[in-house]
Write a protein that binds this ligand. Structure first.
Ligand code: NCD
Length: 340
C-alpha cells in the first residue's frame, strides 16, 4: 500500500510488507514515545480527533502520538456536542472538518460509518473503531506487542498459538486482529466464547481459507491451556439490544491468578485491548494478575504511541524527516512509568 495520503479503514488494506514497513518505523519512534527524544516534524499540522463513542486510550494515544510528532490536536467527544446531534450528515461533517485539519481519526457507533465519512474527503481518515466493525490500529499495536513480548520477528510468529476470548461477536478489535494475524503463516486460533457470542462466520472462513487452524470452544480452561498468547475482551454490552440480554454473559470468562497458574503454560502472554471491566462480576482479567510479569496489557497500551506515531508519519509522508528536527528532551522523565 502507498501509505502517503491513504485512508486507514480496514486491515484488508494491509500486506505483510506493509506491516514490515509500519513496524520498522514504529521501532524508530520508540525513543520519542519513551520521552528520550522529541521531534517537531509535524509542526503546523492539525489532527481532527473525532470520537462519537466512549474512549480513553484510543483518543488520548492518537492525540499524544500526534503531539509527540510536533502537531496539534482538535478533539470532539460525544454526539451531543457535535452538529450530528442537529441532524448533520457524515458527508457534510467530513467535508467541513477537512477544511480545518490535515488528518482525521474517527470513531463512530455504526459499522461502515468511517468509510462513508472518508468517501467525502481527500484528507487521510483513520478508523478509530466503527461500531462492531473494525479497529485496525488496535490490531496493529496488538501484533506489534505480540512480536515484542515473544521476542520474535513476523516470520518467527509462524505456527503462533493464540486464544481469543470473550465477546468475539461484537468485539471489533478481535475482528481486525484475526484478519491481521491471518497475514502470517499458519496461525492456530482457539476461539473461546459462549456460542451466541462466537466470531462471525465470514471471519472464521477467511482465516481457514488462508490455511490457519480455528478451534472453537465454550470452555475457558481447555481453550487457554496450550497457547502462547491469550487475548481477552470485554463484553460489548452497548451493542446488545438490552441490558438483560448482555447480563447473562457477564463474567462467563474471568481469568484469575488461580486459573492462570492452574491452566496456562509457563510464559503465556496475557493481552486485552482495554478497557478491562473491573466491576465485580465481570473481571475478564482479574486484578489479582496485576503483579504477574506475563500481564502485558500496560505495555500493550503503551505501544499505541509508537505505532500511531508511525502511522501518522507514513500517512503524511514524513517518516524519513523525523530525525531532522529531533533533539533530546530536557524535562524530568522517570525510569519506569508504572509503580511496579
Ligand atoms: C476497544 C474498542 O473500543 O473497540 N477499546 C479500544 O479502543 N482499545 C475495546 C472495547 O471497548 O472493549
Amino acid at each position: 500500500m502507498l501509505f502517503k495520503g491513504s485512508h486507514i479503514l480496514s486491515i484488508d488494506q494491509f500486506s505483510l510488507r506493509d506491516l514490515q514497513t509500519l513496524f520498522t518505523v514504529s521501532q524508530r519512534m520508540e525513543p520519542y514515545a519513551a520521552r528520550q527524544r522529541m521531534t517537531r516534524v509535524l509542526e503546523g499540522a492539525i489532527l481532527g480527533n473525532l470520537f462519537f463513542e466512549p474512549s480513553t486510550r484510543s483518543r488520548i494515544s492518537f492525540g499524544a502520538a500526534f503531539n509527540r510528532l510536533g502537531g496539534s490536536v482538535r478533539d470532539t467527544t460525544g454526539f451531543q456536542f457535535s452538529s450530528m446531534a442537529k441532524g448533520e450528515s457524515l458527508y457534510d461533517t467530513s467535508r467541513v472538518v477537512s477544511g480545518y485539519v490535515d488528518v482525521i481519526v474517527m470513531r463512530h457507533p455504526t459499522i461502515g460509518s468511517v468509510r462513508e465519512f472518508a468517501a467525502a474527503t481527500r484528507i487521510p481518515v483513520i478508523n478509530g473503531g466503527d461500531g462492531a466493525g473494525e479497529h485496525p490500529t488496535q490490531a496493529l499495536l496488538d501484533l506489534y506487542t505480540i512480536r515484542k513480548e515473544l521476542k520474535r520477528d513476523l516470520n518467527g510468529l509462524r505456527e503462533l498459538k493464540i486464544a481469543l476470548v470473550g465477546d468475539l461477536k461484537f468485539g471489533r478489535t478481535v475482528h481486525s486482529l484475526i484478519k491481521l494475524l491471518s497475514l502470517l503463516d499458519t496461525v492456530h486460533f482457539t476461539l473461546v466464547a459462549p456460542l451466541e457470542l462466537q466470531l462471525p462466520a465470514d471471519l472464521v472462513e477467511a482465516a481457514e481459507e488462508r490455511g490457519h487452524t480455528v478451534r472453537v470452544t465454550t470452555d475457558l480452561r481447555e481453550g487457554i491451556s496450550d497457547v502462547e498468547v491469550i487475548y481477552t475482551t470485554r463484553l460489548q454490552q452497548e451493542r446488545f439490544t438490552s441490558e438483560t440480554e448482555a447480563e447473562k454473559f457477564r463474567g462467563s470468562y474471568s481469568i484469575t491468578s488461580a486459573v492462570y497458574n492452574d491452566f496456562c503454560k509457563t510464559g503465556t502472554v496475557l493481552m486485552h485491548p482495554w478497557p478491562r471491566d473491573s466491576r465485580a462480576g465481570a473481571m475478564e482479567l482479574h486484578d489479582d494478575l496485576n503483579s504477574n510479569p506475563q500481564l502485558a496489557i500496560f505495555r500493550q497500551a503503551d505501544n499505541g504511541i509508537p505505532v500511531r506515531m508511525a502511522l501518522f508519519a507514513l500517512v503524511l509522508g514524513v517518516e524519513d524527516k523525523v530525525e531532522a528536527t529531533a533533539r533530546d528532551v530536557s524535562w524530568y522523565v522517570p525510569d519506569s512509568i508504572g509503580v511496579s
